[in-house]
Ligand binder design. Structure first.
Ligand code: DP6
Length: 378
């Protein structure tokens, strides 16, 4: 439970679990502005220790750790304007790449419903949200992490402009909290280059409600660490993450899996400090395969990997054995493969990808990304 007393604009504002009191609201004509525009770019992230299994509302069953990316981003702007008459509904227009996209609006309404208790102004303003992704449409790259974190950061910024009085650090924390309510993994995209979400007894300040940046020194080997995303299958997933998470309820191996993830997180935190790449590779690949093993052993069971996912994994293992280059893979809830390696090995690995792995990608497509620091104001 968090309870901070902030004294600002001669008003007392209580922040209790991110609920700001209405003292800054227009009920007392206290909004500092009646219109404005905000814009943020938020990156995607790739989990190394996976979040798979949650309980209401969006509380993870184990702690997860991710690398924040740079190039795969969502850029969102929101124009907000005070409503003539406030109401219990929301007035939202959603544009995707500048064009009306009514099919996305129900998702945004559901998100607004969920976060309204923490953002009272949502009922008092109308919003035009314009969003675009820097990565190709239907690339099989989930846009929920970057999309929800960009949206959450914009909303917190609006609240700030209206006079909520949170510090920059508190705003990021609240954005992570709100993003989590939209999509769990999204909370890890606000900051970077390494973030942790979920309570863990060895990680000070860790929380189930929002992600925290990895506070210790990250070993220089991980600086600009590369993630080349191989687009193996760009089709719609047969099973959504939400359904997959729910299948962990009553899963025969759930308890052991959650313990394993927390133990891997502890080991990986040490590796991120000391740069031991052998251990890094072992933990990261084991996490990826365990995630998919959970899918294959749930009821109903399912497989998201494709034949080329396995081909690529085998090629990476062979290449690593032959060359000693510390390249490894991870997977998210899909068929695409994230190829991870130090910046120092970029030339060799990109050559390997071009000559041996690209042909296993749909239309030979892959995206070169690397570690980043999180959301940016535009
Ligand atoms: C396999 O965050 O997409 O990528 O909370 O239901 O939106 P929801 O799920 P989501 O799950 C991500 C699962 C994962 C692992 C991870 O990112 O930790």
């Amino acid at each position: 439970m968090k309870c901070i007393l902030i004294i600002g604009q001669s008003k007392l504002i209580f922040v209790q679990n991110f609920i700001l009191s209405k003292t800054y609201s227009s009920v007392n004509s206290l909004y500092k502005k009646d219109h404005g525009k905000v814009a943020f770019a938020a990156p995607s992230n790739i989990a190394l220790v996976k979040y798979w299994g949650k309980r209401p509302i969006q509380i993870p069953e184990n702690a997860s750790l991710s690398f924040t990316l740079s190039e795969c981003r969502t850029e969102t702007s929101i124009v907000y304007k005070k409503r003539e008459v406030n109401g219990s509904d929301f007035l939202i227009t959603f544009l995707f790449e500048g064009a009306s996209k009514p099919s996305f609006e129900p998702k945004i309404h559901t998100f607004f419903d969920r976060i309204a208790p923490y953002c009272h102004f949502l009922h008092d303003f109308e919003f035009v949200i314009d969003s675009k992704n820097t990565f190709p449409h239907s690339s099989g790259i989930a846009s929920s992490a970057s999309g929800m974190s960009a949206l959450a950061m914009c909303l917190v910024q609006i609240e700030h402009e209206l006079g909520a009085g949170l510090s920059a650090e508190e705003r990021k924390e609240k954005a992570s909290f709100l993003a989590r309510l939209g999509s769990g993994s999204a909370c890890r995209s606000i900051e970077g280059p390494v973030t942790i979400w979920g309570e863990h007894h060895k990680i000070e300040g860790s929380s189930n409600e929002f992600a925290v940046p990895f506070k210790q020194k990250v070993h220089p080997i991980f600086e600009n660490y590369q993630d080349t995303v191989l687009l193996i299958d760009k089709g719609e997933k047969q099973v959504s993450s939400t359904v997959g998470h729910n299948l962990m309820h009553g899963h025969r191996y759930a308890k052991a899996r959650f313990e394993q993830a927390n133990s891997n997180l502890e080991k990986l935190s040490e590796v991120i400090r000391n740069g031991a790449l052998d251990q890094f590779i072992e933990i990261v690949e084991s996490e990826a395969l365990t995630l998919h093993a959970m899918m294959m052993t749930s009821l109903p069971y399912f497989i998201l990997m494709k034949p080329n996912t396995l081909e690529v994994i085998n090629s990476i293992w062979k290449y690593r054995k032959q060359t000693g280059v510390p390249v490894c893979f991870t997977l998210d809830a899909g068929a695409n493969v994230h190829v991870l390696y130090p910046e120092a090995n970029k030339k060799q690995v990109l050559n390997f990808i071009k000559t041996e792995l690209a042909e296993k990608c749909q239309n030979q497509q892959y995206i070169c990304d690397y570690l980043g620091i999180g959301v940016k104001k535009m």
